[in-house]
Design a protein around this ligand. Structure first.
Ligand SMILES: [Zn+2]
Length: 312
């Protein structure tokens, strides 16, 4: 089961407060509902490919209506051959919608019914319904973090974006072939959204994966950094050694000033020791910066000698 499917399963198992149930149902109706005519009378269908969500729609509708409900299963013929579950209301569907101040599917226009959004808890429940009906989230193990809600109209997409902004969640909206997508890309924001809609197990799993990933990146960064430093040290040591050998070959170390000669001799004798160890190997006490200065002087002498002799 994908992370998105597990998140939805968790959400369909939670129990909301009555005020929140109304908000969640309003969102489910807006995204999955449609009113059609059958034998001259209006019929409300609420359709989803997820059986658990169909069960939730059924239960929530029962809270607000005595009209009998039918559940139909259809096999989708195109593309993925998933089942589609339809919760159908034949008796008084328009009265049911009016009672909730809700709209179904294509009727979604510019606004989310304010009656559904009276309290902060209900606003979260509306987002939960929207996620159940038209949301998806990438597995945190995957290449990139991504959570989105789809909407059929620009105005409704903007309304969802504004609703998320009320909880400090800045989402973006883009237009796709079949409607609009409200999306979030930052791991931290996705965690916030999952918390907001009440998917706490999904949130914990997401955080676990994110922390492990973050640690892995940090370790990689440290290793890269150390390797880079080590390479720098090694190439400096190799260059020093080459320069000292060059001086030895071309003029002999005994031609060097005494202070430089001892350093050059010790370096040649112990090519692999650190700067600290090198300074301890010298007959007189020399600070690290003093030692660096002498090594630089040796480099400069070698450079000068090379250019005097027309060498690269
Ligand atoms: Zn509420």
């Amino acid at each position: 089961m994908s992370f998105a499917a597990r998140t939805k399963k968790e959400l369909t198992q939670m129990r909301g407060k009555p005020c929140c149930d109304r908000a969640e149902l309003t969102a489910l109706l807006a995204h999955c509902g449609s009113v059609t005519e059958m034998d001259g009378s209006p019929v409300l269908d609420v359709a989803t490919e997820n059986a658990a969500i169909a069960r939730r729609i059924y239960t929530l509708q029962k809270e607000y209506s005595d009209s009998p409900l039918e559940v139909l299963v259809q096999r989708k013929m195109r593309l993925k051959k998933n089942n589609v579950y339809i919760v159908r209301m034949r008796r008084d569907p328009l009265e049911f919608l009016a009672g909730l101040d809700a709209r179904a599917g294509d009727a979604v226009s510019d606004r989310i019914p304010p009656a559904a959004l009276r309290r902060a808890c209900c606003k979260k429940a509306y987002l939960r319904g929207a996620f159940l009906a038209a949301g998806s989230v990438n597995d945190p193990d995957g290449a990139s973090y991504h959570l989105e809600l789809q909407s059929r109209t620009r105005a409704h997409a903007r309304a969802l974006q504004a609703l998320m902004a009320e909880f400090d969640l800045r989402a973006k909206v883009i237009e796709r072939k079949r409607g609009f997508v409200i999306y979030v890309k930052e791991g931290e924001k996705i965690v916030d959204f999952l918390g907001l809609i009440g998917a706490h197990q999904a949130l914990l799993h997401f955080e676990d994966v994110r922390i492990v990933k973050g640690m892995r990146n940090q370790v990689n960064r440290l290793v890269n950094c150390e390797t880079a430093n080590m390479n720098k040290t090694i190439s400096a040591a190799v260059r020093q050694l080459e320069n000292i050998r060059f001086l030895e070959r071309e003029i002999g170390l005994d031609q060097l000033p005494a202070k430089l000669r001892t350093v050059a001799e010790q370096r040649l004798a112990h090519p692999e020791i650190t700067l600290q160890e090198l300074s301890e190997a010298l007959p007189e006490k020399v600070s690290k910066s003093g030692l660096n200065h002498r090594l630089r002087r040796l480099d400069e002498l070698a450079q000068k000698l090379r250019s005097n002799r027309g060498l690269p």
